[in-house]
Design a protein around this ligand. Structure first.
Ligand code: CS2
Length: 478
């Protein structure tokens, strides 16, 4: 039996399920990027709000490209399960918050109408770093912002709202970008002002763009996760299942244009300024994650929990968080960065989550600036060296050379062309200096370049033999 509203009654009693009338909810939120992260994060907070009696906060999920999620969720009337796992513990619940699915390339007008609907108050986004269509200098790249981008749908939907005399919207970025709300605002206004400056003025006056820090580790769902869930669901099959960790955090700048769910009653924090939380999360959690990914892959690991347990890798990751990232952050009163680093290590060690390093390694060119380069620039200004991040950059260079297989990155062709023409040191210079694709505030000096080049293995293999590394990290050779 497939999961749907009719199947709810036959689920085992331990499985938590929506207590509200699922069919009676209007959609107050349109969400772009209805992938596993959103379904394990914002949708859960929203489901909590609806369980507590708030009405009409259903989510219309938009996929900008793939039909997969819509195909999984439509036959299930939008229902799916979230398992949170740690050690031997696993809790399973059904989420009912997603009330509609749209696949943008198939039904673009329906997406525009959803943005323009009177009951819509919030449009939110998890479209990944590259979904913001930025050029290397952070400005809007018009060649990327086409009719398949968020900006196209925002423009058409917001224009309809304005013509109909409807109120503005809260446009809420939930992606791992520094100052994500401010960036979304700047990029959206840049897109609109070259096409419809009156609409840009209306958006400035009527819409808000809160920044937010989102955090929950959500590995891509595997067939085995679905089978495990099915066993716990008394045989009911959920093709849209998501497995995640118990931890979840959401810090949101309290700047809404209209009504919103009381997410703060369910664990979210509404604050005046998210910057210190966002910076700590990007430079410590995500910075460590990317280092684990590239260094771990170089050492032939598959998963985060294996890489963090490897004595050849762990000290580097600790150093990156505690001695390189943490000193670059202006902590808010009461924000304890040492305790944060400890908590992150414990989360990375969660063996119940099979979080693939290759998943994190994706799109490195879009992630590295906010995860590593800001830290490097701030430390360089203070005369402090960052050997851990430089080692991680060396491992990233090896990754984009192709050492770990095909490279999933929008700049992969450009990066591999730079490698073909040069050795490791010259490639690093070409990427980070002058008009290189990641040139910016951080300018490496000769010692930095030497450290990066020294971390790239010349042969394309791990610095030690695979068997030796595997046995060291306690993982059996395959
Ligand atoms: C990860 C993030 O894939 C990645 O790049 O670093 O998705 C990470 O798991 C989340 O930001 C955790 O909140």
């Amino acid at each position: 039996m497939r999961l749907d509203v009719g199947a709810l009654a036959s689920l085992p009693p331990a499985v938590q399920r929506p207590s509200y009338d699922i069919d009676a909810q209007k959609a107050g939120i349109v969400h772009f990027g209805i992938g596993a992260f959103h379904r394990a994060h914002q949708a859960v907070y929203t489901d909590d709000a609806m369980n507590a009696g708030e009405r009409d906060w259903g989510i219309t999920g938009v996929s900008l490209r793939s039909v997969n999620v819509a195909e999984q969720l439509r036959p299930q009337e939008g229902l799916y399960t979230v398992a949170s796992r740690s050690g031997g513990e696993s809790a399973l619940r059904v989420i009912g918050a997603v009330r509609g699915l749209l696949v943008a390339p198939q039904e673009p007008q329906a997406v525009v109408e959803a943005v323009a609907a009177p009951e819509t108050h919030i449009v939110s986004f998890t479209v990944t770093e590259k979904g913001y269509c930025r050029a290397g200098d952070g400005s809007l790249d018009p060649s990327l912002a086409g009719d398949d981008s968020i900006y196209y749908f925002l423009r058409a939907g917001l224009a309809l709202r304005r013509e109909s005399g409807l109120p503005g919207l809260t446009l809420l970025s939930c992606d791992n970008l520094a100052h994500n709300g401010a960036q979304l605002r700047r990029l959206t206004l840049a897109y609109l002002s070259s096409r419809d400056s009156a609409l840009a003025d209306w958006v400035e006056a009527h819409c808000t763009f809160p920044s937010s820090m989102v955090d929950r580790i959500v590995p891509a769902t595997t067939a085995s996760d679905r089978d495990t869930a099915q066993a716990s669901l008394g045989g009911v099959r959920d093709e849209a299942h998501v497995t995640t960790e118990p931890f979840s955090q959401w810090v949101i700048e309290d700047r809404f244009a209209g009504p919103r769910p009381r997410w703060e009653a369910h664990g979210a924090e509404l604050v005046a300024d998210v910057a210190s939380y966002e910076t700590a999360k990007l430079r410590m959690l995500n910075g460590a994650h990317s280092a684990l990914a590239y260094i771990g892959l170089m050492h032939r690991h598959d998963f985060v929990h294996q890489a963090v347990a490897d004595p050849a890798i762990r000290p580097l990751v600790e150093r990156l968080m505690r001695e390189e990232a943490a000193p670059s952050i202006a902590a808010a009163p009461g924000q304890d960065l040492a305790a944060y680093a400890g908590a992150l290590l414990a989360r990375f060690e969660n063996t119940a989550l099979h979080h693939r390093l290759i998943q994190i390694a994706m799109d490195g060119s879009q992630k590295i600036p906010q995860r590593w380069l800001e830290t490097l620039a701030i430390n360089a200004e203070k005369g402090r060296r960052c050997p851990a991040i430089l080692t991680a950059i060396g491992a990233w260079l090896a990754h984009v050379r192709g050492d770990n297989g095909p490279v999933d990155d929008p700049l992969s062709a450009q990066l591999s062309a730079l490698w073909r023409r040069a050795d490791a040191a010259a490639t690093a210079r070409a990427i980070f200096m002058r008009d290189g694709p990641l040139a910016g505030r951080w300018r490496p000096d000769d010692a930095d370049i030497a450290a990066i080049a020294g971390a790239v293995s010349p042969t394309g293999r791990a610095p030690n033999s695979r068997t030796a590394l595997r046995s060291k990290s306690g993982v059996a050779p395959t």
